[in-house]
Design a protein around this ligand. Structure first.
Ligand code: ADP
Ligand code: MG
Length: 538
């Protein structure tokens, strides 16, 4: 017994301990920040992502880039999570959040080098983050739903530097109108809003439609193209007699038997369509398939039918028209049907869309994006979603802050002031936190080809002399009162970014041991550099 080696973990386990673990994680986090850094701000560049199946995405959006990159390193994955949280909580500011976390860790490394313990750094960062939230609330300005112009400016700031730039005034108008429509006494549910894309025309033709538009056509030419006073049945089962997914065998020994079998089938189908008709429906949206004979009977009854409608569209139509999604034909009655003034098929170039207009619930809206190629439209959609997210969270909190780095510089200045009153090494951590915030205006300047040191020096001196809204206006490449030039953002972008960046930085700092089991594949167990590029100038 005594000379047997003690085995507590399998041999193929990868393990990094102490400083190695810390440095490795910090390097991975910094690398992720480095990747998205060049996309920040109105003068940021785009990235082209090519999937294994050669699908192409061209984007400026932090979360999209990170999601598509198939990152494997565990600490790097935590950085991606920050971007995802930012996207779901705010809808914008993903690059900012990731960069902040990266810089917090990079600065922590400096403190680690001067032998400051990670728990002290973590504590200092926590103190700084809390203070930063308090300062943010002090410097934020109020906004009300009536401030139309300001809301448009928020949407425009969100879209600057994206593919939407050229028509951003029009998009801003659409965004504010859409949010106004779906605003239900301060409650804004972006799920009420559908974004649909149609190839053809230019992006300037993008429109807002009250009602739901989705990319399905009627399944037969003989069906009417317009149905007024639509009574809509929403079915989530196939309108087919035989389930194509199940293989059935029947043995027939005579022609009579075959005939009677076919007649039987026909009768069944007729009964099914009769049931739909007798419910009073003149429109059917089916989530599954509709077979040829049913299709024929439906069109003979003049019922407008679409098949394979996506679940999310079915739910939106249900909400908009007051109809219930039915899973059993026997449950279908007049009560379950949705109502709309008109259901119509409209062609745009190559695309055929179905419009559901004049819905019972006037809050149902669709933004229909037009554009030459799907890549362009996808990037416009991301920009519009950023705008929607920013306008809606400005209204939810009623608070906004100046952009162009103004708020970051003011936060950094006041955090440094605050750190003077602290004792011990936590003071150093608060100072590093402040300088991490300054990384945002530095990068905005760098990406625009300006000298970052000059910009930072001027910004700092103007804030020191009391100009708390001095920021970098990249339309003019000038430092000025950005509140007056209407470069404004919701406060929540910054507060959420600071929160999640601090959380992740602290979490990564506290790790001193990485134990990765390799399992069957190397996925998830990679704790090496991950093959990602890393340059020293970051
Ligand atoms: P994120 O993914 O973090 O939202 P963006 O690429 O959208 O990244 O850039 C946002 C940053 O750009 C914010 O700090 C914002 O203040 C800044 N910004 C937006 N418009 C301007 C402008 N006209 N001049 C200077 N900075 C701007
Ligand atoms: Mg943005």
């Amino acid at each position: 017994m005594a000379d047997k080696p003690l085995v507590i973990m399998p041999e193929d386990i990868q393990r990094l301990m102490g400083k190695d673990a810390q440095r490795n994680n910090i390097l991975a986090a910094k690398t992720v920040a480095e990747i998205v850094k060049t996309t920040l701000g109105p003068k940021g560049m785009d990235k082209m992502l090519v999937s294994p199946t050669n699908d192409i995405i061209v984007t400026n959006d932090g979360v999209t880039i990170l999601e598509e990159m198939q990152i494997e390193h565990p600490a790097a994955k935590m950085m991606v999570e920050i971007a995802k949280t930012q996207e779901t909580e705010v809808g914008d500011g993903t690059t900012t959040a990731v960069m902040l976390a990266g810089k917090l860790l990079e600065n922590a490394e400096k403190l680690l080098d001067s032998k400051i313990h990670p728990t002290v750094i973590s504590k200092g960062y926590r103190i700084a983050a809390e203070k930063a939230q308090a300062i943010l609330r002090e410097i934020a300005l109020k906004i009300t739903p009536e401030d139309d112009e300001l809301l448009k400016q928020i949407a425009m700031t969100a879209m600057t530097g994206k593919g939407a730039e050229s028509s951003k005034e029009k998009f801003a108008e659409i965004i504010v109108k859409a949010i106004r429509q779906i605003n239900d006494h301060g409650k804004i549910d972006l799920n009420n809003l559908k974004i649909e894309k149609s190839k053809g025309d230019g992006i300037g033709d993008t429109e807002i439609i009250s009602g739901i538009v989705f990319d399905k056509e009627k399944i037969s030419h003989d069906m009417p193209s317009i149905v007024r006073n639509a009574r809509i049945a929403l079915l989530d089962f196939p309108v087919e007699l035989r389930n194509p997914e199940i293989d059935t065998k029947i043995s027939i020994s005579s022609p009579e038997q075959l005939r009677s079998f076919l007649e039987q089938e026909e009768m069944e189908t007729r009964r099914m369509i009769e049931k739909i008709k007798s419910s009073g429906a003149n429109v059917v949206f089916c989530q599954k398939g509709v077979d040829d004979f049913s299709q024929y009977l439906l069109s003979k009854s003049g019922i407008y039918t679409c098949r394979r409608v996506s679940r999310s569209d079915m739910e939106k139509i249900s909400k908009a028209t007051g109809g219930k999604i039915v899973s059993n034909l026997n449950e279908l009655t007049l009560n379950e049907l949705g109502n709309a003034e008109m259901v119509e098929e409209i062609k745009h170039g190559d695309d055929v869309l179905t419009y559901v207009n004049g819905c019972k619930n006037p809050k149902a809206m669709t933004i229909l994006i037009h554009g030459g190629t799907s890549h362009v439209m996808d990037e416009i959609e991301r920009a519009i979603r950023d705008g929607l997210g920013d306008v809606s969270c400005s209204l939810k909190d009623g608070l906004i802050v100046p952009g162009g780095g103004a708020v970051e510089i003011e936060l950094a200045r006041r955090l440094r002031e605050f750190s003077q009153g602290l004792f011990g090494r936590e003071q150093l951590a608060v100072e590093e936190f402040a300088s991490a915030l300054e990384f945002i205006p530095i990068t905005l300047a760098e990406n625009a080809g300006l000298d970052p040191i000059d910009v930072l020096t001027e910004l700092k001196s103007r804030h020191d002399s009391g100009e708390k809204n001095a920021g970098l206006n990249l339309f003019k490449n000038k430092i000025e009162n950005v509140l007056e030039s209407r470069i404004v953002e919701p406060m929540r972008i910054k507060s959420q970014a600071i929160n999640s960046a601090t959380d992740v930085a602290v979490m990564i700092l506290r790790i001193d041991d990485v134990i990765a089991s390799s399992g069957n594949s190397s996925k998830g167990g990679k704790i090496s550099g991950g093959g990602m590029p890393y340059s020293d100038d970051y």
